[in-house]
Ligand binder design. Sequence first.
Ligand code: ADP
Ligand code: MG
Length: 617
Amino acid sequence: MGNFIQLLPDHVANQIAAGEVVQRPASVVKELMENAVDAGAEEIKLIVKDGGKTLIQVVDNGMGMSPTDARLSFERHATSKIRSAEDLFQLHTKGFRGEALASIAAIAHVDMQTRPEEEELGTHLRIEGSRVVAQEVSVTPKGTSIAVKNLFYNIPARRNFLKSNKVEFRHITDEFHRVALAHPGISFYFYHNDSELFHLNKTSQRKRIINVFGHKTDEKLVPVQEETEVVKINGFICKPEFSKKSRGEQFFFVNDRFIKSPYLHHAVQAAFEGLIKPESYPGYFLYLDVDPTSIDINIHPTKTEIKFDDEHTLYAILKSAVKHSLGQFHLAPMLDFEKDQNLETPYAYQNKEAHIPGIAVNPGFNPFQHESRISGGSGGGYGKRSTEGWENMFVDLESKSSREEAFSSVHFESEAVSGKIFPPAEEKQVNEGTTFQLRRKYIVTTIRSGMLIIDQQRAHQRVLYEKFLRNMTLKESLSQQLLFPVSLQFTPAEMNVIQELHNHLQTLGFVIELASEEDINIKGLPPLVPEKQLGSVLDTLIAEYRQENTSNSLSQSDMLAKALCRSVSVNSGDVLDPLSQLALVNDLFACKESMLSPFNKPIFITLTENEIDKKFN
Ligand code: ADP
Ligand code: MG
């Protein structure tokens, strides 16, 4: 029998490796930027076109490469960063696998210009699908510029698999954020389709965070600092009132490398326990320094997972450091019933006499003068009302009464959460005794053959879901005008999402006005969304949208309808009065699909007389 086994040619092996290293344009961005950091650059420029599909270029002013190194850098397992297996446990660089450039060059057109400082002339190298097509001497600035064009040009399946430019661009932005946050000592610039998105000069950790996420971040940050033998922690947590429904501003850096760690995330989350609403996430930017010998980064090619020698200790230290900061900055509520009230007087006031408070009047105050929006101050991102647009109250009165009818059919859900969900006028329709609520969770009702047990939450989600979808497809948005527009703040990344979703949100009934780069004013709401929940509802929508990664308009509507119905529906535990129970049951059976919730869970079960009889036997 013959021998069949052959070694794969290099370019094939590289393509296979590329499958692991390069999932999408953002992976290329990460690898190139990390190489630039490793090269000791002080300035790194990222230039991207069409979500990275046409061009990704990283220009650095680092150490550059000799002509031989330039050529070698594209070979697989070629690296200057480790020499032996022991070095793996002494890593001080981002890269070490020597795979990135070889992988990228196997699936794209790569153009590299590089020159070490001490040389006069540099090298220009062009590679297409692992083949060197040109190498020449060139005049180029110190450092390295690598342009990656037409990613996946030779793997159509992968190229087709890429998401829309917007989605790919969002991933790139995330990657850029991570590298820029990890290295505040380096200047970063980011251009997309010829417009400058970020211009981040070398600065401190805190300023870098603010420059990336907007100046309003400043008031949110609370420093965290802890130094032990095992780990040195510094960075910031966001005050509890700024915690969000969306994950996104959670960053761990271990030895300046962004990592994902559900375990450490849990430690931070645990420290916030009791201070934030359930299912919301605190923001944090935590930089951990540990002995390189105590971690193993080698477990995933993209290197965002790390194995720690002593995870448990790290967990405990992190949790207590975060708790300490929360306490130190008086963010944790304190209840002390034993305390003598008389001791509460601040020292500075103790010996002062009380005097009658005076009234200060501003004679120049003009109540008709247009007042500008109240911004800044404490109180967080939500619920800051502005008085702008109060005139609309009157304009709106007329149109409201004409819309009354349209509202009445929708009206009851808007109050559903509070339990009493029927206007008194309709009370005559009560047909009591036909439904009752079981354990604040199920609605039990009779049918001819026996009884139905309906999950109230799922039923309500179904009803809402169909209503939202209907509004969106008919583009007939019912909107409840707010007397006082609510102003909300978002990070630039979130603002991007809001802009992308603007049309959809409008058909849902949100009337949104973009006020500035980081603020929106909400002037109208879908009638079913309680104003109190506005902030958290939008947070959820943004979070779901970012996770979903879809650019298809239909599935976007579907996703939004789902997210919205989930966040405003009645929950298990909510008490419903008999009228609301009945209304919900009727609405449910008026739905196109009444068996399954929007999330494909059964909504009700039946118990027939037969089955009941059987149980008595
Ligand atoms: P790794 O980073 O794991 O070593 P890469 O394939 O990313 O592997 O890069 C291979 C080698 O090419 C690096 O070890 C480094 O010596 C060199 N190199 C890559 N990018 C740069 C750059 N921007 N400046 C200087 N040298 C670079
Ligand atoms: Mg590398």
